[in-house]
Structures are given as structure tokens and as C-alpha cells.
Design a protein around this ligand. Sequence first.
Ligand SMILES: C[S@@+](CC[C@H](N)C(=O)[O-])C[C@H]1O[C@@H](n2cnc3c(N)ncnc32)[C@H](O)[C@@H]1O
Length: 312
Amino acid sequence: MEHVPVLLKEAIDLLDVKKDGTYVDLTLGRGGHSCAILSRLDKGRLFAFDVDPTAIYESRPRLESVGGNFEIIEANFAKFDSELLKRGVTSVDGILADLGVSSPDFDDEKRGFSYSKDGPLDMRMDPSLPVSARDVVNRYDERRLSDIIYRYGEDPDARRIARAIVAAREEKEIATTLELAEIIKEAKSPKERAKKGHPAKQAFQAIRIEVNHELDVLEAMLGEIPGMLAPKGRAVVITFHSLEDRLVKRAFRSLTRAKQGNRNDPSSLKSDEKEPEFIDLTPHPLVAGEEERKENRRSLSSKLRAIERKGD
Ligand SMILES: C[S@@+](CC[C@H](N)C(=O)[O-])C[C@H]1O[C@@H](n2cnc3c(N)ncnc32)[C@H](O)[C@@H]1O
């Protein structure tokens, strides 16, 4: 399936692209957001990150057809600041992240993300990562599997699923996505199985988060944003599930709210109370409008949050 960029207009409007500014797209994907940024630049530049060589291969010609002022960086966004510093870039005017897996990768059974198409259990966005979903499912002990499925998938049947995985792999190594999806489906309680949506959706999400260290790299990236944003610079982050959104909300809140002193010690209030350096541009996160929700299923769970560094 073609990747339809989510919340494209909202994200680009909020980035407020200046034609001579420096911008970073941390999740190039198929280049939807990057092309929109690039088309607004004149002397400005765009740096676009991705860990997936296929995404880079496919989006490069798209970007080239829009403009030449870009560099694609094949690296994890967890260390985007050091990648930019290596290139002499010490601050930027805008940072965009549109998290998760892009639709063409999700739909490509060879990548092993899909619970509805059979393929090798893989789920690595970066194919050079040492641990795939097959390793997680066949090597982690039951307790660890159960914790992951509960924490990252918020699946109430995590223990049942972990037990079923361990029992199945004692017979034979679990090698494909549909084998795993079937084991999960069978393990679910009747109550959970009766719910809407694919019964393996949450456990697959959990294993994918584990394989790609998605929450750790997101936290690392969020921690680098304040140090890289120029005055008036903006950061826009689009998330697709509550675990991601919670991290973004927390990080942005801590940047945009005044640090409180110790309420029991009034003398500390004045000295400790620091005016925040950032403004919250989305006190309520933006969600997709009705039309986008109808046309693009991926948009259903999306949330967009944005901040701006104060400046003159
Ligand atoms: C949802 S897609 C982005 C789609 C893009 N905005 C578009 O319009 O085509 C997310 C992309 O980010 C990449 N990605 C995810 N996590 C990453 C990370 N930690 N570092 C670099 N790239 C990452 C994925 O490989 C995927 O191509």
C-alpha cells in the first residue's frame, strides 16, 4: 500500500517552514512530509533520517524531483544531534518526527510486521539490528515475554499468550508471522477475543517495540530536541499509540511548564521558579479530521504535539 502521510497539512503548518531555515525530518519514510518541507525551502536545507535502506532508496528520487537542498542520513534518530554536529549543524529551525512503521513496510510480508499476511518473523525497521522478532519469540523466557506483551502491548492476556508461545516453541521453533498470530489468537480469553480488532494486534505491537527499542530511542531523541532547537525553532511529533504519546506529552510538558520550587519552603519558590524556554503549541494534541479518518486508517490513532523555543 502507498504510504499516505498522516496529518500532513497540520504538521507542515505547525513547523512554519521558513525558506532559508534548516529542518530535520527524523522519519523520512516514503518522503511525504520531507517533500512538503523541501518544496517550501529556497536557500534552506533539509536533513532526513531513516534506518530503513528501502525507505531511503524509494524516497530519494521523490525528494530529488522536488529540490536539491537535502541530505539523507541513514542512522537511528536516537543520536540525531551527534549526526548533525558531525555535519557542522549546531541548531535547527524545525524538527519533525512521524513515528512508527510506514504502510509499505507494514504491508510487505517479507518484513514480518503483519499479523494478517504470512512472512518470516522479523519486524526490524533497521535490518542490521542483531535481534529479530524470531529471536524474541523463540529465546526470551516466559516471564520476559509476558512482561513485554503486557507493558508494550497493554494486552491483559499477556501471561496466557507468553505461556502459549513457550509451549508451542517446545514443539517447533516459531518461524512465521501467521504461526505466531494463530498461537496468540488461540491463547486469548474468550472475552478478549470477542473484542474488535485483530486478536494479535497488541502482542505484535509489543514485540515490534521490543525488537526496535522504540520507546528507548524515542526518549533519547526527545531529550536531544531542546539542545538542537534555535530560538523560534519548532518540534512536531506524531505518535500512533498511547505509550509513545505519553512520553512525548511528558517531555514537552517538562519543557513548557515553569519549574516549581518547594511549596513547603516559600523562600525557594522565587529562586527555583524558572521561566520555561519553550511554548506548548498544542495544549490539546491534534488528531485527524473526519475526512482523513475516513480515507486513511493509519490516521485513526494518530496524535500530534508541538512546541516552540521562545525567541526574539
Ligand atoms: C511512519 S514512517 C514516516 C512516513 C513519512 N513521514 C512519510 O510521509 O512518508 C516512519 C519511518 O521512520 C523510520 N524510523 C522509525 N524509527 C526510526 C528511528 N529510531 N530512527 C530512524 N528512522 C526511524 C521507519 O523506518 C519509517 O520509514
